[in-house]
Write a protein that binds this ligand. Sequence first.
Ligand code: NAD
Length: 368
Amino acid sequence: MTEHRIAVLPGDGIGPEVMDEALKVLRRISEKYSFEAAHQEFAVGGAALDATGNTTPLPQETLEGCENASAILFGSVGGPKWESLPPDIQPERGALLPLRKHFGLFANLRPGVCHPALIDASPVKNSLIPNGFDVLCVRELTGGIYFGSPKERREEGGEEIAVDTMVYRTSEVERIARVAFEAAMVRDKRVCSVDKANVLQNSMLWRETVIRVAKDYPEVQLSHLYVDNAAMQLIRYAPDYDVIVTGNLFGDILSDEMAMISGSLGMLPSASLGSPDTDGLNFGLYEPSGGSAPDIAGQGIANPIAQILSLAMLLRYSLGEREAADSVDKAVEEAIAAGYRTGDIYRGSENEKLVNTSDMGNAIVERL
Ligand code: NAD
């Protein structure tokens, strides 16, 4: 029997509530597909700050637990209780960013999916997206303007100026482009690369490099959009797109736009991946696109689907358990089709059943 090891970091707010449901799914799916999924929980974020007397949101034990695993299943971190702590030990900045850096997680995959049964939840007119949409945003996560140097504020000519530097190396663009093309190969074989090549040197290098990498994927159709146009086109007709690949800054903005037009943050998973190993598997950190939702934490009403679909991505990209991953995706679709709805996606129509976090988890497990 194949043995996998997963580090589970539930975190704060709704994190532990939705994580319980993902672990129910993991237990069922590992039985069904006969693999061993050893998982161990570690403190992160506010929970770790509480446990360590506000010393660190990422204790050494947690980091070592992650190093000994094939993947990290992450809940969410943060909340009002820790907001006034010094910035470098705040839950998100002090835990998530160091984890991404430590494990070289350069590729952020965020599916923007609007399920056909949930088009009412999208702010886009139903008539524009009668069958919903399924777009995968592949964002470069460790380069670009967020990390380039110099990054500073200084005096010049008698006034203060602020400088951020946008740098992309060919190798960085190449590796993220490959992630996008590989993803497109198992989807609809279309990649749209988003840049600002009419103005930025970075984007010119980006575009030339993506075009070169595309030659290795002759079956994939490649198109290009300037980022301002991409922001408009996604609202105009998202179903036109399959995989979008873009840099750190543009991806940050476009992936949030896609989450918004998808309808519910509670439905959207994400994966942050490192380089593939010789078997084509990536170490990765998998988490819901939303945060710790302090406004509904502790009530047992959060939508666990983003966490459960994050587990499906983990099974696919880090463990190579593709059939198991497909079967989790399918069980979620079936639960939605059967009318199960947590409050965030409930619209009050006749065929909908309003359920809590645990009932939604059970409805998905029953369909596995
Ligand atoms: P949020 O995503 O936590 O919440 C925004 C809205 O979406 C809220 O109304 C919330 O109830 C709702 N929502 C989110 N997930 C949901 C789910 N699964 N089911 C139902 N409704 C859901 O964003 P915020 O309010 O801006 O941030 C709250 C805290 O989370 C902050 O401390 C922030 O720093 C942190 N945060 C953490 C992460 C992370 O851990 N990666 C990401 C974003 C925000």
